[in-house]
Structures are given as C-alpha cells and as structure tokens.
Design a protein around this ligand. Structure first.
Ligand code: 0A1
Ligand code: ZN
Length: 883
C-alpha cells in the first residue's frame, strides 16, 4: 500500500519520458519467497524530451534493492535515492549508459497478484498496468519501448517449464542438476506492461499454424496436469482467430511461437503479453461436462481478444494510460466482429448490446461515470471499465458506420502502416480515418471526451394529405460528474419506417436525397428529417443494429411494438422492440404494485411474444434471445430513481409466470423437440438449440406448478452437459426446498475436487433470491473451498451476490450492503484491485429509494472512514460519495 495520499495523474500533464530504454536484459532466479531479479538496461537520454535530461526516475514498489551500478560502477549511497514508489539517480551520464540493478521480490507473499506471484505453485507474472515496477526499478510507462532478453532460472522439479516473451533461445542445467534455466528473446520492442514470465510444473497441448506468408508458428497451451483435454477448444479458437485476423484485417503473426498459460489466480480474464498470453484458467478449460456453452463462447472470444491485441495493443501500443481505449475499445470491436463472423451476427449484436446496457449504461448513469478517454485518475487499475472497453468498442463501430466497411478498412490499414512499432494516441487513430475517408471527424471526437449516455428523444408526425412523415430528434445529454453541460454529438442513426403491412418504406428525404441503408447523420441538438412519398402512417424502427450507444425514447403504442416484433426486417430491432415492450410492461406493473394494487397486465405483451417467437425462419439462438426477459437490473436502470428492487423482483416474477402460462404449449414444444441427440458439440447451432430449450424451461418453471418443478428436477438429473446442468442448478437454487438442496448437494459432491467448476456452486447459491441467502453466503465465506485470496472465488460468491442478486443485496435492512462492505475491507488488505471491483457493485446506489439509499450510504461511509485504505478503494469510495 502506498502510504502518502495519492494525487491524481492528468492527461494534460503528459510529458515524453526523459530517458529511453532500448534493451532490457533480465536474469530472474525463481524462489518461493526470495526471487532474485538482475536487470541490465541500456539507457539513453530521450532526444524528444524538452531541455536537459536531468535526474533519472525509475518506478519501483515492494522491492528490496540489493545492488545498483552505472556503467558497471556501483553507485554510492549519495548518488541515488529510494522511496516506497521510486528510485532516483540525480545525475546520470549524459550519454547512453548501462544501468544494472539487483532486486529481490517475494512471489509467495504477493496476494495483490501484480508483479511476480505464485498461483497454485506456479510462478507467473502480471504487469499491466503497473506491475513491472513490482519486479524491478524501471520507467514503467507504456511509451518506453525496449527489446527484452530474459533468462529464467529455477529448481527443475518445482518449475520444469520456464517461459517468457518472444522466441526460445537456449536452455540448460546447472549446479549439478539442482537448477535449470531457459533464455528467451523478444525482438519486438515493447512496453514493460507486456513483459511476462512463467515457471511451473505444467502440462501442455501443442499445435502449429501456417501463416498467410507461409511461416510456421508453434502453438502451445499450458495447463494443470490432467486438464490437457480441456484445452482443445481454446486451441481451436486460437487457430480460427489467427486465420480470421489475416483474412479480415490482413494481420499476420510475427514470432515463431505463441504460448498460452492458464493459471487459477488472476485478477482479470486474461492478458495479452507478447507471445505469452496468461489466462485465468476458467477462460481456457472447457469440456462438455465441465463448461457451459456461454463459457465455450467466452473462451473463444477472450482467446481471440488477447490474440488480436498482438496488433492492436502490442505492435501499436498506447502512449499513456489515458489512451487505454485505443487498444481495448478497438480490440473488443475486433473480437466482437470475430464472434459475429464465427456465429450469428444478429445474436452477437444482441448479446453485446445487452452487455453494454447492463454494465456500461449503468456505470454511465452513476457516480463512476467517466469518458471513454478519462482525463484523470488516481489508480489506473480502476479504469479497466465497461466504458473504456464496451463503449470504446461502440465508438470504433460508429466510425465504421459513418465511413462504410471498405473505407473503415482503409483507415485501419493506414493506422497499422503509420504507427506500427509506436506508442500512439486516440488523435492519431482518428486522424487515420479522416485521412482515409476525407470525412471530418472533429465533432465525432467528443465521443472520447464527453461522458454519459445520450438520449435521443424522438417524435414522428405523419401528414396524411401531403404523404410526408417528419422525424424529430433531440439530443438530450444528461449531466455527469464534472460535466454539467455538453455539446451535441455526431451520431450515426440508422432507421427504417414500416408500412402497415410491416414492409420497409423507401426512405426519400424532402430535398430528393435518398437515404442509403437508412443511415441518418445527427450533428445538431435538434434535427428534423422530412420523408416524402410515405403512403400511410408509418411505424418507426429506430437505432437499427444499435448504430450508436444511446437511449432512444419515442411515444409508441402497444400495436406499434407488436408490429415491430412481428415484422421488422432488422432482426436486431425486432428483438429490441420485444425488449422495450417487456420493459415498459414491467415498469407499469412495478408502478401499479407500488401503489398497493394488483394487476394482470402483460397479456398483450405475452401474446405478441408468442407470435414473434413462433415466426418462421428464425434461428433457435435468436428465439432464445427473444424469450429472455429483461433483467431486474434492466428495469431498475429504466426506472432510474427511487428504485425499489423488491417491487421489481415481484413484477418480474409475475410477468415471467404470465409469459410461461401464455406461451406454455409453444415452450413445451421447444423443450421437447430440441433435446440434444447424439454427442455434444459446442458449435453455435447446437448451443443455440440448448439455449432455446433452457430459455423455455426458465419460463415453464416460472409457472410454479408441480409438473414444472418435476420437469426441472429431471432436467438437472438427466443433464448430459454442463450447460443444462448449470442452468437447472441456478433455477433450483432459486426455488430452494428439497429439490434445490438435493441438487446443490449432488453438484457439490460431484465437483468439490474441481476448483473451476465448483464456482458455479458458489454462484448459484449467492444468486438465489430467497430470504435465507445472505446467511448462506456468510456461511460460505467460511467454507474450506472459499478463499479471499482467490479472485475467482470472490467473484463467484461475493460478486454474484452483490451484482447478480438485486433483491437480497438490496435488502431493506441494509444487511446486504453491510456484508459486502465488510468483505471489501477484508479484501483490501489482500488484493486492492479486487476489493475496488467488488466495491463497484454499489455504483447504482443513488438511484435507490430513500430507505435503502440511507443504508447503502452508511455502508459506504464506513469504508470511507477506514484509515488504511488502498488508493484503489479510496478512489472508488470517494467518487461514490461525492455529491
Ligand atoms: N489487457 C487485458 C486486461 C487486463 C488488465 C489488467 C490486468 O491486470 C491485472 C490484467 C488484464 C485485456 O484486455 O484482456
Ligand atoms: Zn484487452
């Protein structure tokens, strides 16, 4: 923990580094508690830095300094100064010099999981964003690019496998076989955050890939012994991703080897270290018995994401951490495109938009709202957010929409050609698209600096006599922290107008201009588009394909939604209409229940859903999405203030039951006809069938009848894959009773020996809306398989409770908040990054009704008052409590 009060880092204070490092020679001797790191750096003053070079400042934290020498001459104590966070050499040579430093670190004691640590006995590293400074003293910033040569030494029994970035150079045995070593060389200059090493007793699977220019690349995935079979899907995904990047973006891999290592303790999902990706093992290991289709899909997209970083992130990296979206938004965009091409474009879009709204829209509506490119931070780890990642991807997608796919690709090619090997900025990225297209993106740049979700308030007027339709659009830009007033955005707004028969009407603007692909360009606060030759009152289909990350409001009637659900030619919007219709029905039910009355509302929506889901020609995966009702969190977000999660829960249950009843025969038919025949396959078609069957089951069991419960129990016990089993487990745990207990016990007995699968058992209990859940979750924190030092366990139990159980986390007595606050405080002493993430689950607290709001505030204030907070938690809690 850094003792002094941390000061914010600001984008406007960016200065080029005073010194550059061209070469890094590392020699790491692994030991559980006393790992020695010998570093030799080739340093030179940066010609691009202003004025004299002055002192050399190196970042370093949690290090024990043993030796330091400049040009082979040890430095005297007076020649340098060491604090908790840096080492300064006041007068380094004015010409290029070598700097040698020896430090010691303690992997075993490293519970923050940054720098070098041990996970399940395996030595591994995590350097993004600022972990390298926990390995050695270094200018630990992304604009210092160096080539690395790394020698790793270890006990051959403890760590027979020794890996680092780049290509393998040499290996051998020393000290009569007591130690062995491996040398790796990475010829591509990289920032320190992409450094990685691994040492451990691991099994592996291997394969090869032939690149488009004919080079052979050796691929390997390292996992725990005995889990080799479970790495096959990740390997398959990797090869498909490598091919896709060649075909779609012309990007070829650039080393002789590509290694992936799965470790069990990891703060995030995975990390794109050059040539040596390190993964959270839950995103590598999958077999039909152990992983759900969602996990298979997740593995495919994260393997692709990390691989795609090789070009967007590694070869072109970020100048500073404010540019994080430059690599993350762009790489998420690329992995979404990949999944869309591999699976279904429409279903992928639905899944991505759902995720964006759940996480990013909620973030943007609360105290943690920040621009895609933030202007200041205290702890950069707090900015690996849905806004930087998911909204960052939407911003790239909007550029593609505005330019068209072909010109967008030209802009990407230009970006790769112009900035390969550099640490770039968002401005430079945008410039490439302006240069490739001739389109002025000045106003568009606001998407990077203005936070908050724009709302497009729309109105449609039809003139029967003139046969014209007028679409009025107003950009309403809500104030966000630090940004009370905003300028209008440049927004690609894709629309259609449906005639009475449900067909698209040709879009013809008043001035004779034809609208290609339904794409309107919004640039002003208020704009009116007048369409001519409109034969009858049209129903607008707005924001097709979700062409911009905005909310749309328009006054439509129930029959309008029914038409859109039945006939919109844009399948994304057909789904969107169903989701909006369901949400507004739920909001209405909540309002009525809140006034103490009862209601049977929802019939119309249920009938429309029945028709929509029964339409011809739809994929099972798409039908499954139609049947997935908006979540309680979605409803809370739309209600926006004075939220009562208990009422929303009741309304949700009630509508689910109604839908289950109204669609009963259709759902039963899906359930019966779609059962898996033959052997399991993770492909998207088979997964789609399982998804539809499970969506149907959810609604059938919502009816709550005896037969339904029996069907659910049978679904659990007869499951032949984890997709079905886990789905039934979540439902059963939610219902409780004998059946629920029996399933949980069975699942526990079967999987208690598997640290990945057992997380489903923790999560299913944590998400149960039953009143006894908090007590159960508290007990589970003392379960022998639970540990606060394992981020996956924390996410499965505490994260699932706080983020996946709105009704119990938001108990009116405040005990849910108090529990999570205590866990945050306990975690903060172990792993501040994870503690700060858990604290983030309070992000919507201000939208709660007053009683719960007061309880949540109390919990947050207790955290804020604690003296020994990490900068991570301190930054989040102060933002949460800021007026
Ligand atoms: N760059 C990674 C995410 C990542 C960020 C920070 C980490 O530190 C613990 C780890 C991973 C990605 O986008 O996948
Ligand atoms: Zn990434």
């Amino acid at each position: 923990m850094k003792p002094e009060t941390p000061r914010p880092i600001r984008l406007k204070d960016y200065r080029p580094p005073a010194y550059l490092v061209d070469k890094v020679d590392l020699d790491v001797s692994l030991d559980p508690t006393c790992t020695r790191v010998r570093s030799r750096l080739s340093v030179r003053p940066n010609p691009a830095a202003s004025g004299r070079s002055g002192p050399l400042r190196l970042n370093g934290e949690h290090l024990e300094l043993a030796e330091i020498a400049v040009n082979r001459k040890p430095l005297a104590k007076k020649d340098y100064k060491v604090t908790d966070v840096e080492l300064t050499i006041a007068r380094p040579p004015a010409k290029p010099f070598t700097l040698e430093i020896v430090t010691f670190v303690n992997p075993e004691g490293n519970t923050a999981l940054q720098g070098i640590y041990r996970s399940n006995g395996v030595y591994c590293s995590q350097c993004e964003a600022e972990g390298f400074r926990r390995i050695t003293y270094f200018p630990d910033r992304p604009d210092v690019l160096a080539t690395y040569k790394v020698r790793i030494e270890a006990d051959p029994e403890e760590a027979p496998v020794l890996l680092s970035n780049g290509n393998p150079v040499e290996r051998g045995t020393i000290k009569g076989g007591k130690r062995h070593y491996a040398v790796w060389h990475d010829p591509h200059p990289k920032p320190s955050y992409l450094f990685a090493l691994v040492g451990g007793d691991l099994a592996s699977i291997a394969s090869t890939f032939r690149t488009m220019s004919g080079r052979k690349v050796d691929l390997a995935i390292y996992v725990e012994h005995g889990k080799e079979d479970r790495a096959a899907w990740a390997m398959d995904s990797l090869k498909r991703a490598m091919r896709w990047d060649e075909e779609r973006f012309g990007r070829e891999y650039d080393l002789d080897v590509f290694n992936i290592v799965a470790v069990s303790d990891f703060n995030m999902g995975a990390m794109e270290n050059k040539g040596l990706n390190i993964f959270n093992d839950r995103l590598v290991l999958a077999s039909p018995e152990t992983a759900t289709d969602t996990i298979f899909e997740h593995i495919e997209s994260v393997v692709a994401h990390e691989y795609f970083h090789n070009w967007t992130g590694n070869r072109i990296t970020c100048r500073d951490w404010f540019q994080l979206c430059l690599k993350e938004g762009l790489t998420v965009f690329r992995d979404q495109e990949f999944t869309g091409d591999e699976r279904s474009k429409t279903v992928q879009r639905i899944i991505d938009v759902r995720k964006l709204k759940t996480h990013q829209f909620a973030e943007d509506a609360g105290p943690l709202s920040h621009p895609v490119r933030p202007e200041s931070y205290i702890e950069i780890n707090n900015f690996y957010t849905a806004t930087v990642y998911e909204k960052g991807a939407e911003v790239v997608r909007m550029i593609e929409k505005l330019l068209g796919a072909e010109t967008f690709r030209k802009g990407m090619d230009l970006y790769f050609a112009r900035h390969d090997g550099e640490a770039a900025t968002v401005e430079q990225f945008i410039q490439c698209f302006e240069d490739a297209s001739g389109i002025d993106l000045t106003q568009f740049r606001l998407w990077y600096s203005q936070s908050g979700t724009p709302e497009l308030v729309c109105g449609l007027k039809y003139d029967k006599a003139k046969k014209t339709a007028e679409l009025e659009v107003e950009q309403v830009l809500p104030p966000t922290p630090g940004q009370p007033n905003k300028k209008p955005f440049h927004i690609p707004f894709k629309i259609g107008l449906l005639g009475a028969n449900g067909h698209d009407i040709d879009l013809q603007l008043e001035d004779g201009e034809e609208v290609t692909d339904g794409l309107l360009s919004l640039t002003k606060r208020r704009q009116t588009f007048r369409f001519t030759d409109v034969p009858s009152r049209p129903v607008p289909s707005l924001l097709r394909d979700f062409s911009a990350p905005v909310n749309v409001t328009i006054d439509l009637d129930d029959p309008d939604y029914e038409l859109l659900m039945a006939a919109d030619s844009d399948l994304f919007n057909r789904w969107q209409a169903a989701a909006t219709y369901a949400t507004r029905t739920l909001v209405e039910i909540v309002r009525i229940l809140g006034s103490g009355k009862s209601t049977a509302r929802g019939q119309r929506y249920a009938k429309a859903l029945r028709a929509a889901v029964s339409s011809d020609g739809l994929d099972p995966a798409y039908r499954a999405e139609l049947l997935r009702l908006p979540t309680q969190a979605d409803v809370a977000r739309i209600i926006g203030k004075n939220v009562d999660p208990a009422l929303i829960h009741r309304a949700h249950k009630q509508l689910s039951r109604l839908v289950g009843r109204t669609l009963g025969d259709v759902l039963e038919d899906f359930y019966k006809s779609l059962a898996d025949k033959g052997t399991f396959s993770p492909d998207s078609e088979s997964a789609g069938r399982r998804a539809l069957r499970n969506s149907a089951l959810t609604l059938l069991t919502a009816r709550g009848g005896k037969r339904d419960l029996a069907l659910l129990s049978k679904h659990y016990s007869g499951a032949t894959c984890m997709t079905d089993r886990a789905h039934a487990l979540y439902l059963l745990a939610g219902i409780g009773g004998k059946e629920g207990d029996r399933a949980l016990q069975h699942f526990y007995d079967q999987w208690k020996g598997d640290h990945v699968v057992i997380d489903t058992w923790f999560a299913a209990q944590a998400q149960s809306p039953r009143a006894s859940t908090l007590k159960r979750v508290e007990d589970l924190t003392r379960h022998p398989l639970f540990s606060l030092t394992a981020p996956n366990k924390v996410r499965a139990l505490i994260g699932s409770f706080a983020a996946g159980n709105p009704v119990q986390f938001n108990r009116p007595d405040g005990k849910g908040y108090a529990f999570v606050a205590s866990q945050v405080l306990a975690l903060d002493a172990i792993n501040p990054q994870i503690a700060a993430r858990m604290l983030g689950t309070f992000r919507s607290w201000r939208a709660l009704e007053s009683g719960r709001r007061a309880q949540a505030r109390k919990a947050l204030q207790r955290i804020a008052k604690t003296k020994t907070l990490s900068p991570d938690v301190k930054e989040i809690v102060s933002k949460m409590l800021e007026a």
